[in-house]
Design a protein around this ligand. Structure first.
Ligand SMILES: [Zn+2]
Length: 266
């Protein structure tokens, strides 16, 4: 992967210039730059940004159902327009690059980071999570406030908290991706691993309901070096429409985890 430049300052400058506060109206931003938004058939692509003889257009895949996803995708395309080193006159953006946040293409990663900072500006987010217990209820509440998906806000919280927390998205019984805060020092099971029966997320894919609120589970359910002697706090949220489960992992006893020397590649 080529080097990623930080698009954050460009998103913040844009918000400042247009005097915008969350929830950010991406349509207003497009109006401001005379960027036309169109919905069209795009097969597997999420969206296209086109700059042609000074005219600017974003074409969105007409199959995008969720408003939050639409907002993020438009913010991503605005990133291609605003970031000065994004010089192509056309960006054809794959759903997988925008949705997975694990794209290998540097310009796609940058446009995603631009979108994340534009829709969930760090200064507001830090205020919203200060001295708060991070749980699914807070993730839901902030997703509502910023008009973004649960995963978008969840990722931003994990990136900006001092608490040892991790977020895991599971799909079809397997871990799709995970992200952890700097102080979460344990290794989560790798992407693509089948969920283990010691987790509540496993239950959802086996036809059972997940109890609301945090639950203590054996760490072997989620961690690479987990065991039946150690517990981890799991709060899982089933998303039946997407056949996915979003899981928040935390430790009851944070001190113990801080003293662990198991640093990995953060
Ligand atoms: Zn793109």
């Amino acid at each position: 992967m080529s080097t990623i430049s930080d698009p954050g300052p460009f998103a913040r400058e844009l918000l400042h210039k247009l005097d915008l506060k969350p929830p950010i109206d991406v349509f207003f931003i497009c109006d401001n730059f005379n960027i036309i938004i169109k919905n069209d058939k795009l097969r597997d692509f999420e969206a296209v940004f086109i700059l042609h003889k000074g005219a600017k257009k974003i074409v969105l895949n007409e199959n995008i159902n969720y408003e939050t996803r639409k907002n993020f995708t438009i913010a991503h395309e605005i990133g291609h327009y605003i970031l000065p080193w994004h010089k192509q006159t056309m960006y054809i953006c794959d759903s997988i690059d925008i949705q997975s946040f694990q794209s290998k293409k540097s310009e796609e990663v940058e446009a995603n980071r631009f979108a994340a900072e534009l829709l969930i500006p760090t200064e507001y987010l830090l205020d919203d999570i200060k001295n708060k217990e991070i749980n699914i209820a807070l993730i839901k509440q902030l997703a509502e406030k910023y008009k973004v998906s649960l995963t978008s806000i969840g990722i931003r919280i994990v990136e900006n908290t001092y608490n040892p927390i991790a977020l895991v998205l599971s799909e079809n019984g397997k871990i799709k991706w995970s992200i952890k805060s700097k102080s979460f020092l344990k290794k989560i099971l790798p992407n693509g691993t089948y969920l283990r029966e010691q987790s509540f997320a496993f239950d959802f894919f086996n036809g059972n309901c997940i109890p609301a609120g945090p639950q203590m589970v054996y760490s072997i359910g989620w961690l690479e070096n987990g065991s039946f002697y150690e517990y981890i706090k799991e709060e899982s949220l089933q998303m039946p429409n997407l056949n996915m489960v979003l899981t928040l992992l935390t430790f009851e006893n944070q001190e113990e985890e801080f003293n662990d020397n198991e640093f990995d590649d953060w």
